[in-house]
Design a protein around this ligand. Structure first.
Ligand SMILES: O=C(O)c1ccccc1N[C@@H]1O[C@H](COP(=O)(O)O)[C@@H](O)[C@H]1O
Length: 216
């Protein structure tokens, strides 16, 4: 498919699985710091556990969290990226950028529901240039982790000003449609379609997916 396409595995909660994914050279490791998620990482791991992982691609996923809390968690867990998965606006992002260690990248999520392409473009254009990546996911009341895809064709109708992650129900069954997107993502974000139960990942399935991406 594309050997430079990276993979992010999100919703990790088990140390042995994370270590195996590091050995398998998974590009980004995602930890959910949203208490309402069934993948809330602090139910299983401590900030020190996350800090101790030998990886420089640890992504903390936050939903409408305070800037203060994000900064505190990012320092304690030694996070490398912050994924903003809620309704964080321009002022919020500017404030976070100012207070966050500048080595930490910001990924802003755009949740795609039934908005028009014009509305979507407007949302994208309002995001401060200081973010590093965009991430497109399916909109839902749970914010994420739904296993549902959005219509990827809308990405062919808008301008995407930053490198982006593609997310939302990505699976073995739908990944062949990736070739229909003109502006390709830099990474695929996989989550609920690659687990036995929330937070318990199917490592065999993940490794097979990674091989397929690299060698097809
Ligand atoms: O996974 C969750 O529980 C979650 C909860 C709240 C916000 C984000 C969440 N996960 C993110 O959702 C997307 C897509 O996941 P899926 O493939 O549809 O299951 C992914 O970016 C996760 O980071």
């Amino acid at each position: 498919m594309n050997s430079s396409l990276k993979i992010k595995v999100c919703g990790l909660t088990k140390l042995n699985q994370i270590e195996e994914l590091i050995t398998s050279k998974i590009d980004f490791l995602g930890f959910i710091f949203y208490q309402k998620s069934p993948r809330y990482v602090l139910n299983s791991l401590s900030l020190e556990d996350i800090r101790s992982l030998k990886s420089n691609s640890k992504v903390g996923v936050f939903v409408n969290e305070t800037v203060k809390k994000i900064v505190e968690i990012s320092e304690k867990a030694d996070l490398n990226f912050i994924q903003l998965h809620g309704d964080e606006n321009e002022d919020y992002i500017n404030d976070l950028r100012e207070k966050l260690n500048n080595k930490i990248g910001i990924i802003k999520v755009i949740r795609i529901g039934n908005q028009s392409k014009e509305e979507l473009q407007k949302t994208i254009n309002q995001i401060p240039k200081t973010i590093n990546y965009l991430l497109f996911d399916t909109d839902s009341r749970a914010f994420g982790g739904t296993g549902k895809t959005f219509n990827w064709q809308i990405l062919n109708e808008i301008e995407i000003p930053k490198p982006y992650f593609l997310s939302g129900g990505i699976s073995d069954e739908n990944i062949h449609q990736l070739t229909t997107i003109n502006h390709q993502p830099i990474a695929l974000d996989i989550n609920s379609k690659f687990e036995i139960e929330p937070g318990n990942k199917d490592l065999k399935k993940i490794k097979k997916f990674k091989n397929n991406i690299e060698f097809n």
